[in-house]
Design a protein around this ligand. Sequence first.
Ligand SMILES: Cc1cc2nc3c(=O)[nH]c(=O)nc-3n(C[C@H](O)[C@H](O)[C@H](O)COP(=O)(O)O)c2cc1C
Length: 347
Amino acid sequence: MNVGPADPTNPGDPFSRFAAIYRARPAALAPMEDVTDAVFRAVCRSLGATLCFTEFVNVEGLLRGAAVAKRKITLAEGDQPTAIQIYGSDPARLAEAAVVAEAAGAAFIDINCGCWVPKVAGNGAGAAWLREPSAMVAMAAMVVRAVSVPVTVKTRIGLGPESHMPIVDLARRLQDAGVAALTVHCRTAQMGHSGKADWQWAKRAKEGVTFPVLVNGDVRSASDAERALAETGCDGVMIGRRAIDHPWVFGEVRARLERGESVMAPSREERARVARMHIAWAMEAGGEREALMAARRHVGGYLAGLEGAARLRKAINEARSLDAVYALIDRCVQGRAEHDTAHALDE
Ligand SMILES: Cc1cc2nc3c(=O)[nH]c(=O)nc-3n(C[C@H](O)[C@H](O)[C@H](O)COP(=O)(O)O)c2cc1C
């Protein structure tokens, strides 16, 4: 049963912890399939992410006990606060899956109502909930009733190309249904990942509610975060794609929001340190295959800007061992030594 809103007399209760997270204007790592695994969450957290979301987890897989789903909801020690994100088309199954995610130690449960890809939305899950906002609200209310931790929703501004987006009314109704917070990805489902995110819709959604709202879409730097919060009045930012290549973005955002400071771009040593750390943690968590995949996904981006980084990306894709990857990182970092000049970021 839902225990209701924060109990100020009990700072240990999940709603009080949740309220504190959102009060601190979070720089949150977005849920990203095949990206935001436990290792990447740890990397981002070590660099300043205040809140993480798992990649979305299919409720049917979760309820069947599928190994992939189990891995996705497994939170390592120290992996807090992390929300487990679930997706599905059947309210009762979503509620059941939320109970499983709660038992796995989720700080809160996030429901994906924004994924536009046909294999998800075509089956009535993700952004398909935007076709019938009333059904989305009723589904969310059912999930809220099923668990004792807060439940949040991540969605888009609408399906597209309607001129007035449902998100404004939807935000209000989700709040009334007991949802604890909302993330607005400021694109329509039809836009997928293209076009510019329109933060004005997050502003309009936020104006009608008292619960926390995170603004998401095209927040790529400290300046973007500052502007997004100033323009929308939202409670925090959620960052996706920029973090894949540049997880330092969380520290940069927090330095700006919390202290008004601009930080220097990471040095070549820092870039190499994080690349090696990520690979080592992935090795520990999942063995060499996992570590090679992590290297292919991230290391080219981590070392971007260094001489030879483009060649490095290609070479890492072809590398067959971690030793080869480490040697490539060393070569790329050393090759740039004489040119390394720190410069201020993102202005
Ligand atoms: C590779 C990738 C995987 C994603 N997977 C998810 C997901 O599992 N759940 C979700 O809600 N959004 C997912 N998204 C969307 C992001 O969470 C985010 O809303 C979107 O990328 C916009 O933010 P950005 O401009 O900061 O990247 C994914 C995006 C990318 C690029």
